[in-house]
Design a protein around this ligand. Structure first.
Ligand code: ADP
Ligand code: MG
Length: 373
């Protein structure tokens, strides 16, 4: 049984269609991230799950029950917003316990639950403070505490970390994920940040223009992007997407790619393009246009035919602008997309067909790969 299920959920405001018949299942005690660019329908989807928005068509099921027509308070969910929605004049304890007070939970019980949630979130020492006396991360934890005291097994979060600075955001990611696992919560989490999505999720639901573009575990979304859109959106630096001519050659070059008929783009991740050993006659030649030294890695921008190619190689490599490189990729690392942007499945061989293994080049081969000019 899915904890949350959307069946054919559509949403329109007049002529403006925000969601097109979304079908989605989210497993109990899992962390699901709704990912996509601004305006793709993430918040609308979340708000429909919460009951804050009514779907134009379709059904929402939570824990097997059809809650489509239930108000938010009867769905067994808690929600955390981007701006935390804390009451500035109430203490941390009062903010966390606000929902319990509204529901007239007996005072002693309410106090106990607030203290439990505070302990869980490391807020025990701060219960008497006002939100204005807390850091952004602490305010975020108070908002989370309010969700936890409700003891809802489903927690919905809309960009909850986007007001925090980069370092705190990274810490909170770990905290949130750990808490979700420890408490066995089902979390639906909205973000436009693919790194955040990839690092936290069990399930990534990538949305584009109100449709699900891909719905997969992070590793699979990375390894097998379902479309050009998914290939562009997930990964930094992003996947190389080289245009192909009608013969399946990289545009502006004579390099055959083994592309299936009808392929319009070849995709390959920057870390999957390798420098070929000097004694191999690799067909793929590239010229270094610029590079960015990142310590462990060196990110190279090259040119192949009329197409740009980014590589991520060992930071120890000593390469210069203008160098000619011989490159190779394993067949399994190549992705092909048709003219509509859909992924094409293929058992094609490598480009160029010199490397079938997955082994990394030995580090001492460092300079050997610089192709003779
Ligand atoms: P996201 O959260 O992914 O940035 P939203 O779900 O907020 O996107 O919005 C999806 C689309 O629906 C957008 O085009 C947005 O302009 C539109 N939209 C959202 N809320 C409303 C509303 N209350 N009235 C009209 N259009 C809306
Ligand atoms: Mg939004």
């Amino acid at each position: 049984m899915s904890m949350i299920e959307l069946r054919g959920i559509s949403k329109a405001w007049g002529d403006a269609v925000a969601l097109h018949a979304i079908d989605l299942r989210i497993a109990p005690a899992s962390f699901c991230v709704l990912l996509g660019p601004s305006g793709c329908g993430k918040s609308t989807t979340l708000r429909i799950i919460a009951g804050l928005e009514t779907a134009t068509a379709g059904q929402v099921l939570i824990g097997g029950a059809d809650v489509t027509h239930r108000p938010p308070s009867q769905r067994g969910i808690a929600m955390v917003f981007q701006n935390y929605a804390l009451f500035p004049h109430l203490s941390v304890a009062e903010n966390i316990g606000f929902g319990l007070a509204v529901r007239k939970t007996p005072k002693a019980e309410a106090r106990q639950r607030v203290e439990e949630a505070a302990a869980l979130l490391g807020l025990s020492q701060l219960l008497q403070r006002k939100p204005g006396q807390l850091s952004g991360g602490q305010q975020q934890r108070v908002a989370l505490g309010r969700a936890l005291v409700a003891r809802a097994s489903v927690c919905l979060m809309d960009e909850p970390l986007s007001n925090l600075d980069a370092q705190l955001r990274q810490e909170m990611r770990h905290e949130l994920r750990e808490l979700q696992q420890r408490l066995g919560l089902t979390v639906v989490y909205v973000t436009h940040d693919q790194t955040e999505a990839m690092s936290m999720a069990d399930q990534v639901v990538l949305l584009s223009q109100g449709r699900i573009e891909q719905n997969d575990a992070p590793r699979r979304a990375y390894a097998r992007p379902a479309s050009l859109f998914a290939a562009r959106f997930i990964g930094t630096p992003p996947m190389n997407l080289l245009r192909l001519d009608a013969q399946g050659h990289i545009l502006g070059s004579a390099v055959a790619t083994g592309a299936p008929a009808g392929a319009a783009h070849l995709g390959v991740r920057p870390e999957c393009v390798r420098l070929a050993p000097a004694d191999q006659t690799a067909a793929l030649r590239a010229r270094v246009l610029s590079f960015e030294y990142l310590g462990a890695d060196l990110v190279l921008r090259c040119e192949v035919g009329s197409e740009a190619l980014t590589l991520r190689v060992d930071g120890q490599q000593n390469l210069q602008v203008g160098d000619e490189l011989a490159l190779q990729c394993a067949a399994g690392d190549l992705h092909f997309f048709d003219a509509t942007g859909r992924r094409m499945d293929t058992g094609a061989t490598a480009v160029p067909a010199t490397d079938t293994g997955d082994a990394r080049l030995p580090a001492n081969a460092a300079l050997a790969q610089r192709a003779a000019a």
